[in-house]
Design a protein around this ligand. Structure first.
Ligand code: LLP
Length: 385
């Protein structure tokens, strides 16, 4: 999977993020091939991983950029994304961030509240500009995923609720520097039950009818991201099933003539190409289990601590008979645990451990808690395949 010789890997200091760029390219190729069947536009959600080689690959394969901060907008544009391919979402855009994005003439602001619309109108007016806007609507659809990454329920902070839309239209009539071009939805992340997206389509169709009844033409329908990946058996599905995903929207989303559909995928594009490689520092006997203590911790990959998420763990160095370990990091927190009761070949100090499916929401969520150094990144190119 890593496509790198163990001896070569041992030359690098750990913790180390290893990215398999050929796999990334295959994934992007598959996603674009399926999306283009229906003329869908995919914006890559930079929040999943904003490393330069990843962004370069996204741009090369023709993805736009989905950003949630001024710095993401800056990074996308500095990496060569055309401003006309950049969308800017988020519940809390600061004035400085909005001003920067207005100066760059980005494609669209995904707006999440009435007050944000007012502020955007005011800031655009000061510049003598008109801001293109998609209303982020909270469709109240359950994504059946972890509650921390569920975003499309009325109890969540995201989007404008259906019962507010009437008053949003009244407000928009008084905001001359806003050009309403579309609607936007994003109901959550790591969605593995595709029927959830069918429910989303049903809701989008209802909202479309509502807008049509109000004589409003929407050119752009943005259905967000959220497609999940297989953390349990990554090698069984290194490339997500983009064909079924896009086909589902094609089947169930009712479009009006000339409408363009947009997606904002993050995880599905980059998760499987990244592996966190770490070295075993110590093996320690506990009351009921052995601890394998790694040199990587929640500072490098916080997902298990924050969402109790599963990542497949492998010992790359040992082929001895199997034993059971709690695989933990060095950070002073009991939540700093990558996996409990993990079955691994007998593990010793110095072994290299791979934590799989770490390409999305891994490095970007790293912190320097305990004043830790940032992990290095290694990009595997074709010749190493
Ligand atoms: N669009 C919007 C508006 C979003 O908020 C997100 C993710 C995406 C697109 C991309 O979603 P994806 O295709 O990657 O599921 N840190 C969490 C995930 C947080 C997702 C936040 N929003 C994790 O590690 O699971």
């Amino acid at each position: 999977m890593l496509n790198i010789d163990l001896a070569e890997l041992q030359q690098h200091s750990t913790p180390l993020y290893v990215y398999n760029l050929p796999l990334l390219r295959q994934t992007l190729d598959a996603a674009q091939q399926e999306a283009r069947k229906y003329n869908y536009h995919v914006h890559y959600a930079l929040k999943a991983n904003a490393n330069a080689p990843i962004l370069e690959a996204m741009r090369t394969y023709g993805f736009g950029a989905d950003c949630v901060s001024g710095n993401e907008v800056k990074t996308a544009i500095a990496s060569g994304f055309a401003p006309s391919d950049v969308v800017f979402a988020g519940v809390g855009k600061s004035d400085a961030e909005i001003n920067y994005a207005l100066d760059q003439d980005i494609f669209c602001f995904n707006c999440e509240s009435k007050q944000e619309l007012e502020v955007l109108n005011e800031l655009a007016a000061l510049k003598g500009k008109t801001a293109r806007v998609a209303l982020r609507i909270n469709p109240n659809v359950n994504a059946n995923t972890h509650k921390y990454i569920t975003t499309g329920l009325e109890e969540n902070k995201f989007g404008i609720n259906a019962w507010e839309l009437e008053s949003v239209l009244e407000l928009l009539a008084q905001l001359p520097n806003i050009d309403l071009i579309g609607i936007h939805f994003h109901i959550g992340s790591q969605i593995t039950d595709l029927s959830v997206f069918k429910n989303l389509c049903t809701r989008v169709n209802e909202f479309q009818q509502w807008f049509a009844a109000h004589k409003i033409t929407l050119q752009h329908i943005n259905v967000g991201g959220g497609l999940g990946v297989d953390y349990y058996q990554p090698e069984q599905q290194l490339i997500p099933d983009f064909a079924s995903y896009f086909n589902l929207f094609h089947q169930f989303l009712e479009l009006r003539s000339g409408q363009q559909v947009h997606f904002e995928l993050g995880r599905a594009l980059v998760a499987q190409c990244g592996t966190l490689v770490s070295k075993v520092l110590y093996i320690k006997k506990g009351m009921t289990t052995n601890f394998a203590i790694l040199d990587a911790g929640m500072t490098e990959l916080i997902r298990p601590a924050l969402y109790q998420s599963y990542h497949k763990i492998e010992n790359l160095s040992s082929q001895l008979p199997e034993e059971r370990y709690d695989v933990v990091g060095p950070i002073c927190e009991s939540s700093d645990c990558f996996g409990k009761a993990v079955i691994l070949p007998e593990t010793s100090r110095g072994d290299l451990i791979a934590i799989r499916t770490a390409g999305a929401y891994g490095e970007v969520m790293a912190s320097n808690y305990n004043l830790r150094e940032k992990a290095q990144a290694l990009y595997l190119q074709d010749q190493q395949v």
